[in-house]
Design a binder for this molecule. Structure first.
Ligand SMILES: [Ca+2]
Length: 318
């Protein structure tokens, strides 16, 4: 009699365990397929996967190699001056000439690097703590809003700011990554769209799309607070400007393959000898709509820690 009661319970338990194991395996297989890009997981993206992107890989997006037109055509400048109400052609001058660029596949962080991520970096690398960083690697503002090694309360998921370009490169190296190149960044910011002004298209900027001057926060917002672009990348427009590997140089008209101005991806200690300005991209919480354009270029000194500049990392596909 007791055996009769026990058997159905044991049987039910066995069935439950078997079904759970099957479900778990199915989830694992689906995840593995997604990572290897055979079966991309659909996420809540703002745009469709225009170029058959993407797989997610530990917070990064795999962006397939491509050839695209980088920058802005000179003939477009008069129209842009009208659209953005800027009466100075100089504001767009760095974006010309538009030129053809081919880039290899690469990974890019979906989000700007946050305070909590940067805290882990300085915990493991004491030489980059505010008290220890050599004076030549910053401008006196380095992590000045932090209290020693602690970021401001409630801002764990805000982008880290007041970091120098040197510290950004060091962080990416520690993470097994590198800064993106300017060409990679621009291609990624477009999110699969062609000839559009912003990561979301040609519609004017507004406070639902990005954190910039007209959002009126006058400060950073948590990363990922706005819809991602078509590649699943967040804050490619606004929140903080993003440091890139490239030296600040004019464009040339020639066709290029994997360009990086200055010729160095900085995967070794050579970044510590850099003294020339670096490209920054994407605009910030304090910037105008024109800065949010995917082609807009600006620059910053490598020691220039400011409260509107941060970064994200990239990784080559090896
Ligand atoms: Ca940004």
């Amino acid at each position: 009699m007791r055996q009769g009661i026990k058997n159905p319970i044991v049987l039910s338990l066995k069935i439950f365990i078997a079904v759970s194991a099957l479900l778990f395996s199915a989830i694992q297989v689906r995840h593995a397929l997604a990572v290897t890009n055979f079966f991309p997981m659909r996420t809540s993206l703002a745009e469709p996967f225009a170029y058959g992107i993407v797989s997610r890989n530990r917070g990064m997006v795999l962006i397939h190699g491509a050839t695209f037109r980088m920058g802005t055509e000179a003939s477009e400048i008069p129209r842009l001056e009208q659209v953005f109400r800027f009466n100075h052609p100089d504001i767009f001058a760095a974006e010309v000439p538009q030129h053809t660029v081919t880039i290899s596949s690469f990974y890019l962080d979906r989000y700007e690097i946050t305070n909590s991520q940067f805290k882990k970096f300085i915990e493991r690398n004491p030489q980059w703590r505010p008290q220890r960083i050599p004076g030549r690697y910053h401008n006196g503002n380095y992590l000045k809003q932090w209290n020693g090694n602690s970021y401001p309360k409630g801002k764990a998921d805000h982008p880290v700011v007041n970091v120098s370009w040197y510290a950004a490169v060091a962080y990416c190296q520690w993470a097994g990554k590198r800064l993106p190149t300017e060409a990679e960044w621009e291609y990624a910011a477009r999110g699969g769209l062609s000839n559009k002004q912003f990561p979301w298209g040609d519609e004017p900027a507004d406070r639902t799309r990005a954190n910039y001057s007209e959002s009126n926060f006058r400060a950073t917002t948590p990363v990922g607070s706005y819809p991602p672009n078509g590649y699943g990348l967040f804050d490619m427009a606004g929140n903080v400007w993003e440091y890139l590997a490239d030296e600040w140089m004019p464009y040339t008209a020639s066709t290029q393959v994997n360009p990086v101005a200055g010729g160095n991806l900085f995967v070794d200690n050579s970044f510590l000898t850099v003294t020339t300005r670096r490209v920054i991209r994407g605009g910030s919480w304090g910037g105008a709509p024109v800065n949010l354009r995917v082609t807009y270029r600006d620059s910053h000194p490598p020691e220039g820690a400011r409260d509107f500049v941060g970064f994200r990392c990239a990784k080559s596909v090896s």
